[in-house]
Design a protein around this ligand. Structure first.
Ligand code: DAT
Length: 175
């Protein structure tokens, strides 16, 4: 995309986290449209770097071999300019991360989104509980300095637009 060429390069790395369904992928997509940040979806990155372990029947996904992944990621992130997306954040405590964005969605819209995604039973319950108990926010406070953490609502489209603007200002002010 030639319009990207004129966007300034940033040396900051942003980690985008949240319970499944809170809107990480949607926000990441918008951010890569309007900034030069390069989107790194950690699951895909792990696959591309042969860091997948065995299949977890319960979670319905491949386990990630984080002992192998993290050193690769630490090196990869050094130049900056990356938007890292994953549901949790505890693995990334030793990576160069300048800002952690924790997306939060209220119970009713999150339930609808997960239902629409086909989640049911244990999977639906566990994800709802993860959000209600603020598991990922707790993780963020454990792993990062609170000054690096933004807790951002993600209930409606306007929330997304406001977050995009806020991130643009952050990148411009601290480049
Ligand atoms: P995640 O990547 O965290 O699993 P997603 O980006 O796939 O979440 O979004 C899940 C659904 O919610 C999808 O249908 C888009 C919608 N959505 C995301 N952010 C939203 C927002 N701020 N307002 C309304 N809907 C949103």
């Amino acid at each position: 995309d030639s319009s990207q060429l004129s966007l300034p390069k940033y040396r900051k790395n942003i980690l985008l986290v949240g319970t499944p369904g809170t809107g990480k992928t949607s926000l990441a997509k918008r951010l890569t449209e309007v900034t030069s940040l390069e989107h790194v979806e950690v699951g895909k990155f792990a696959e591309e770097h042969s860091c997948l372990g065995s299949y977890d029947e319960q979670l319905e996904c491949f386990e990630i071999e984080e002992e192998k992944l993290i050193p690769i990621l630490i090196d990869f992130l050094k130049p900056g300019g990356y938007l890292l997306e994953y549901h949790g954040c505890e693995w990334f405590a030793s990576c160069k991360i300048d800002l952690v964005i924790v997306l939060q969605t209220e119970t009713a819209p999150l339930y609808d989104r997960l239902k629409a995604r086909g989640y049911s039973g244990r999977k639906l319950e566990e994800n709802m509980e993860c959000e209600i108990m603020q598991v990922i926010l707790d993780e963020a406070y454990c792993c990062f300095n609170e000054k690096q953490i933004w807790v951002v609502p993600s209930n409606k489209e306007q929330d997304l637009e406001e977050t995009v603007e806020r991130v643009q200002k952050f990148l411009e002010s601290s480049n």
